[in-house]
Ligand binder design. Structure first.
Ligand code: TMP
Length: 211
């Protein structure tokens, strides 16, 4: 049986993750792979309920620690209920965001100390780690313009001060620098076609490595 592996798409809000993920899914299915798409926050019935609580713009009073622990709680459920079983069945798991987002948003943007982030994340992950993080990198102002142009309202995190998303972006770039073997940064300011081409190149390398 083919061995499962997990790829995470992450990066700036509005960078085009959804479109890229759909393109990658189509590419892998055409090649005969079994693909599971999932997301964080969310991914499971419990995780989707937690997502609603986390992103609700009507509760700006949520403490940073509550937010961190809710992301951790959703992740623990996600791994146990959905990701580990899918990998055991040989599936390729593609997640729209995962643990790198906690470092970017809760540490680099919110400023929660690294020790605390690691404690919660380590509890949630319980030794698990995705195989690759593909970061779609984009100037956050450009990203927010795209979110606005889709006619969507801003969620609680997107509604933060202007430099919040810039700090989160730098968080992704910092993680990519620290652990280059687990991160690929793709320039999301390019055309959709070129972004997908760059991403497929990374996916092909992963397929060679894992199959
Ligand atoms: P989404 O809009 O890409 O679905 O992501 C929801 C928001 O949650 C996005 O602003 C990033 C944020 N987030 C965190 O702050 N920490 C995390 O651990 C995750 C997974 C997402």
């Amino acid at each position: 049986m083919k061995k499962g592996f997990m790829v995470v798409f992450d990066g700036s809000n509005g960078a085009g993750k959804t479109t890229v993920i759909k393109g990658v899914e189509k590419y892998l299915i055409a090649k005969g792979y079994d693909v599971l798409l999932t997301r964080e926050p969310g991914g499971t019935p419990i995780g989707e309920k937690i997502r609603e609580v986390i992103l609700d713009p009507s509760t700006p009073e949520m403490s940073f620690m509550t937010e961190l622990m809710l992301f951790g709680a959703g992740r623990a459920q996600h791994i146990e209920e959905k990701i580990v079983p899918a990998l055991a069945q040989g599936k390729i798991v593609i997640s729209d965001r995962f643990d790198a987002a906690t470092f970017s948003f809760q540490h680099y943007a919110r400023g929660i100390d690294l020790d605390t982030i690691m404690k919660i994340n380590d509890l949630a992950l319980a030794g698990f780690s995705p195989d690759m993080n593909i970061i779609l990198d984009l100037d956050p102002n450009e990203g927010l313009k795209r979110v606005h142009s889709r006619g969507e309202g801003l969620d609680r995190l997107e509604d933060e001060k202007a430099d919040f998303l810039a700090k989160a972006r730098n968080g992704y770039l910092a993680q990519a620098k620290q652990t280059p073997e687990r991160f690929e940064v793709i320039d999301a300011a390019q055309s959709k076609e070129n972004v997908l081409t760059d991403v497929i190149r990374v996916i092909d390398t992963l397929l060679e490595k894992h199959h």
